[in-house]
Design a protein around this ligand. Structure first.
Ligand SMILES: Cc1cc2nc3c(=O)[nH]c(=O)nc-3n(C[C@H](O)[C@H](O)[C@H](O)COP(=O)(O)OP(=O)(O)OC[C@H]3O[C@@H](n4cnc5c(N)ncnc54)[C@H](O)[C@@H]3O)c2cc1C
Length: 376
């Protein structure tokens, strides 16, 4: 079999890329070894959020959120896209000052947000503990149900002519072809490696490392939470290099359930829930939402974020293998940034104009020039 572009991995990133390329008339084959929208995509919270920890994260996430918004009317109801906004919560004056700096950074990318006083916070979210200092409201942020969204992108790709093959993995990448686990081969001019945490299994040297996360969902209740609530200290937890961290992050589900996040752990590759960390997650959330103490936890699970050494995804050509492209390493923001990734990768692959500067995400930043000349 033969195709123009073979996409490895049917998570949100691979599905969005397949859709983007198929829509441009490219012959695409997506190969998923398990199920579409599983792995990290299924484990995630689906918060579509503009993050501004550095200018590169800001431009990729702002662009991507705008793309999600453009798809909003077309997404099926089951994708549960809702523009509920984010409320960043400050506990004290220092965090309020950080909220103001965040407002300025977001404004520099054209993202509207409003400062929230302590009194306004109590009106917006009465279930929060009354001692908080205020925060920042970002009304344009949204949430989505990631497995359904991923599947929908794959279905759109198929409708535009893409082949979607599930249940067989790529065992190895050859010279302009791949070997599947069933022994068959698919020839492809370009191969896009979009298999999240598993990228190093196919390409030695790709610097992606797993970072475990726990989430918990409550039973249905009337918790009265309206926005995605995130503590301002969250970014410290997300981008810190601590082996273990916990930050308050809560999402109201359309069912009336609350989705509680999140923990971050390096060096634990077991899928099991760790009761001690779950306890920390619940304790942290209850500090902000005391009413949680009366709610029932229904289910908890774990997932793995594909992290990179500088916390930026790898989007672009892999210099050690001609015709091989990377779209992986999206850490805890890959549902959001899948759409920007798809546009950026498609533009590089097709040689069309780039939607934004590709250099900060180039995989070549982790490859020494000597390695490249040795490989060619
Ligand atoms: C607890 C948690 C909460 C999160 N919350 C959010 C959030 O609120 N907002 C947000 O934007 N992001 C969030 N994320 C991050 C987000 O889930 C990931 O960045 C994103 O899902 C990565 O998508 P992906 O397609 O690269 O990888 P994955 O979803 O992991 O998909 C990779 C796919 O590749 C397949 N695969 C692997 N190897 C092969 C092979 N050899 N051949 C064929 N197929 C293969 C796998 O089966 C899998 O389906 C969260 C992550 C976690 C763990």
């Amino acid at each position: 079999m033969k195709t123009d572009v073979l996409v490895v991995g049917g998570g949100i990133v691979g599905c969005a890329i397949a859709e983007r390329l198929a829509r441009d008339g490219v012959a695409v084959c997506l190969v998923e070894r398990d199920t579409l929208g599983g792995a990290a995509t299924a484990a995630s919270m689906g918060h579509l959020v503009v993050l501004d920890d550095d200018p590169e994260e800001l431009s990729l996430s702002a662009y991507s959120c705008a793309r999600w918004s453009a798809f909003a009317g077309a997404l099926p109801a089951a994708a549960e896209y809702r523009r509920i906004g984010t409320l960043w919560i400050a506990r004290n004056d220092a965090e309020l000052a950080e909220a103001e700096r965040k407002r300025e950074r977001l404004a520099s990318a054209g993202i509207a947000s409003e400062p929230v006083s302590a009194a306004q916070l109590r009106l917006l979210e009465p279930a929060l503990t009354p001692t908080l200092a205020g925060g920042l409201h970002v009304p344009g942020d949204a949430v989505v149900y990631p497995p359904v969204a991923a599947t929908w992108f794959a279905q759109r790709a198929a409708a535009a002519g893409a082949q979607i093959r599930c249940g067989v993995g790529v065992a190895a990448i050859g010279d302009r072809d791949v070997l599947l686990a069933d022994g068959s081969r698919i020839a492809a001019r370009d191969i896009v490696v979009a298999n999240g945490c598993a990228a190093p299994e196919l390409l030695a040297g790709v610097p992606v490392r797993k970072r475990k996360g726990h989430l918990l969902v409550t039973t249905r209740a009337q918790p009265g939470v309206r926005h995605q609530l995130v503590e301002l200290g969250y970014m410290q937890s997300a981008h810190g290099t601590n082996t273990e961290s916990v930050a308050f992050n809560v999402q109201p589900r359309p069912t009336g359930q609350l989705l509680l996040g999140s923990t971050r752990q390096f060096d634990d590759h077991a899928t099991d829930v760790t009761p001690r960390l779950l306890q920390r997650l619940i304790a942290r959330a209850t500090e902000f939402l005391p009413g949680l103490a009366q709610m029932t936890a229904l289910r908890a699970w774990t997932g793995f974020r594909p992290t990179t050494p500088d916390h930026r995804p790898l989007i672009g050509a892999w210099p050690l293998r001609p015709g091989v492209w990377l779209a992986c390493g999206h850490e805890g923001l890959g549902v959001t940034t899948a759409l920007g990734t798809a546009d950026l990768l498609a533009a590089q692959l097709l040689g069309t104009s780039l939607p934004f500067d590709a250099r900060p995400y180039a995989p070549s930043r982790f490859v020494a020039t000597s390695e490249v000349s040795h490989a060619h």
